[in-house]
Design a protein around this ligand. Sequence first.
Ligand code: 2AM
Length: 180
Amino acid sequence: MIERPAAPAAERLFFALWPPSSVRAQIEAFTNQLGNPRGRRMASPNLHITLLFLGRINAGQRDALIAAASALHLPAFMLTLDRCGHWPRSGVLWLAPAVTPGALSDLQDSLTAGARMLDLKIDEREYLPHLSLYRDVKRVPGTLPSPRIRWPVRDFVLVRSDTHPDGAYYTVLQRWRLGG
Ligand code: 2AM
C-alpha cells in the first residue's frame, strides 16, 4: 500500500485591524451604553475590523499571502470611530468611521491586489470598514448614541477563524507594523 502524507488542512483566514487594549476598553465602554439590543454581543477579545476576508486557504497560499503582506510599506494612521449603526438584513450592529482614511483604503486595496495575484476569489462588494459589536440584532431601540473613539492604527494582522459550537475563535497568526 502506498502511504501518502495527509494534505495540510485549509484554514479560514482574514486580514484585520486588531484594536490595542486601550481602544478595546473604549469600545467596551461604548457598547455598555447601548442597553440590551437583544442580539449576540461579540466577546471583547474578538473585536476587530476585517480588512479582507480570504475564506479557506491552504498552506502554500497562506505563505504567499504572508510574503505579499510583508512586502508592503504603508503608513500608520488615525482611525476615528464616530458612527454606530445597524444593518437590518445581516443583523449586525457596528461601529465605523464616518470618513474612511485614505491610508486605510490603500492598505485594503494593497491586500486585495496581493490576494488577486494569487488567483484567490475575493468578495467584489464595496469595502465598508466596520467593527461588529453585536450580531443577530433584529431592530435597535430608538436612536443609537454617537461614539468618539480614536484609534491610532500602527499594525495589521492575519487571523485564523475556527468555528466552534459556541462561536468563532480567532487566533492572530502574524502582525505587520505600519509606518516607521
Ligand atoms: P462581519 O463582522 O461583518 O461579519 C471573520 O468572519 C470576519 O470576516 C468577520 O469580521 C466578518 O465580518 C468578515 N467577513 C467578511 N466576509 C465574510 C464572509 N463571507 N464570511 C464570513 N466572514 C466574513
